[in-house]
Ligand binder design. Structure first.
Ligand code: G3P
Ligand code: CA
Length: 238
């Protein structure tokens, strides 16, 4: 079972920063998970929200900033003063630093508001010798269909919420054409469904584990990966 550090080791360091990703790698996670968005000048940057307000000292939409402007923001102090030098990373910087070291699960955020983000992400990944350990995920089916068209060998995961969990045979067959994995919310975990999804040739990941009790429950299931804010919940017994 892959241990996937959600926005890095984000319980102990500011999410989606080098500090959180370095910590995840030190802790022995198999993957880092991160979220990407486009800047005003079409660079791919790593940040979860569509605004900078929550996780930096700036305000406004990510896509209203150029990369140079975003790089001036402090992306760590909101979490703790010791992280005052953290900056919003670019996807390029993340791949340079980690692609030979740890798996990278890239979530495409708000694809409807970010025309061209799928091609921009694929263009960056293509600069690296990528393996099965770079994956793309999204809640958006069409974003993943575009990724499959642009880069057929790139592994993909469809993220699913409980209210979307009407997984008929027809839907699972359709998903399996563009997704290698279903990333299911932890409340949806169920042995029968895990086995059933596996019969469609897709892996099953679970998101997002934030406490030891839930981690211990998840360990009893034959899932292929688990997304967690705190990798040590799982790594002690790996
Ligand atoms: O891996 C799934 C998870 O990352 C989706 O939720 O909001 O944390 O990006 P969110
Ligand atoms: Ca995410």
């Amino acid at each position: 079972m892959y241990i996937i550090a959600h926005r890095g080791s984000s319980s102990a360091a500011p999410e989606n920063t080098i500090a959180a990703f370095d910590l995840a790698a030190q802790e022995g996670a198999d993957y880092i998970e991160l979220d990407v968005q486009l800047t005003l000048d079409q660079h791919v940057v790593v940040i979860h929200d569509d605004t900078v307000d929550r996780t930096t000292n700036g305000n406004g939409l990510v896509k209203s900033y150029t990369l140079d402007q975003l790089k001036k923001l402090d992306a760590g102090s909101w979490f703790d003063q010791q992280y005052t030098n953290e900056r919003i990373p670019t996807l390029q910087e993340i791949l340079e630093r980690y692609s030979q070291q740890i798996g990278i699960l890239i979530e495409i955020k708000h694809p409807k508001q970010q025309i061209g983000i799928e091609q921009a992400v694929v263009n960056i990944i293509n600069r690296f010798a990528y393996s099965r350990h770079i994956m793309i995920q999204s809640f958006d089916i069409h974003a993943l269909e575009r990724i499959r068209a642009f880069a057929p060998s790139l592994r993909t995961a469809l993220i699913i919420k409980p209210n979307a969990f009407k997984l008929t045979k027809r839907k699972l067959t359709a998903y399996s054409l563009f997704a290698d994995c279903l990333n299911m919310k932890k409340t949806m975990i169920n042995r029968w469904w895990i086995d059933h999804i596996h019969t469609f040739g897709m892996d099953v990941f679970i998101w997002t584990v934030k406490d030891q009790k839930t981690a211990d429950r998840i360990k009893k299931y034959p899932v292929d990966g688990v997304v967690t804010d705190h990798p040590p919940f799982f790594l002690k017994e790996k």
